[in-house]
Write a protein that binds this ligand. Structure first.
Ligand code: DAT
Ligand code: MG
Length: 148
């Protein structure tokens, strides 16, 4: 079963959106297999956002993501990587559809509430960066048979 890395960014934590975001993924049918509140060290932020290291907004991005606690999660389910990206909405909230997380709660591209892996490769990389394998739990839910 596919897994993806999802993170409520510092703005989402401060704006009390953890519960809403968890609820959306739960109700969709995805399974939470790991979660923790954490403050990201600068080095981890730079590695996580390494693909953007040459962009003009890199310093601002690293400063923002390390500015307060984030809620890091791993979600599991069929096509969860692509579906989670759809549920998040476009990077720039002016372009994200209503009823997506960014469309409902974001106003600027910098403070856009949530991160989600954009491919199977980045999901594997980001899960490994943020979680120890012992922190992830494979388990059955009675509701699985009503989801699949
Ligand atoms: P996404 O988070 O949708 O995967 P991304 O990987 O292109 O988007 O960029 C990572 C984050 O960097 C994004 O969530 C917000 C920030 N960002 C992207 N483009 C930006 C820009 N032009 N100005 C400021 N911040 C930007
Ligand atoms: Mg990205």
């Amino acid at each position: 079963m596919e897994r993806t890395f999802i993170m409520v960014k510092p703005d989402g934590v401060q704006r009390n959106l953890i519960g809403d975001i968890v609820e959306r993924f739960e109700k969709k049918g995805f399974k939470l297999v790991g979660a923790k509140l954490m403050q990201i060290p600068t080095e981890l932020a730079e590695t996580h956002y390494g693909e953007h290291s040459d962009k003009p907004f890199f310093g601002e991005l690293v400063g923002f993501i390390t500015s307060g606690p984030v809620f890091a999660m791993v979600w599991e389910g069929e096509n969860v990587i692509l579906t989670a990206r759809k549920m998040m909405g476009a990077t720039n909230p002016t372009e994200s559809d209503v009823a997506t997380i960014r469309g409902d709660y974001g106003l600027t591209v910098g403070k856009n509430v949530i991160h989600g892996s954009d491919s199977p490769e980045s999901a594997a990389r980001e899960i490994d960066l943020f979680f120890d394998s012992k922190e992830l739990i494979s388990y059955e839910k009675d509701s699985d048979k009503w989801t699949y």
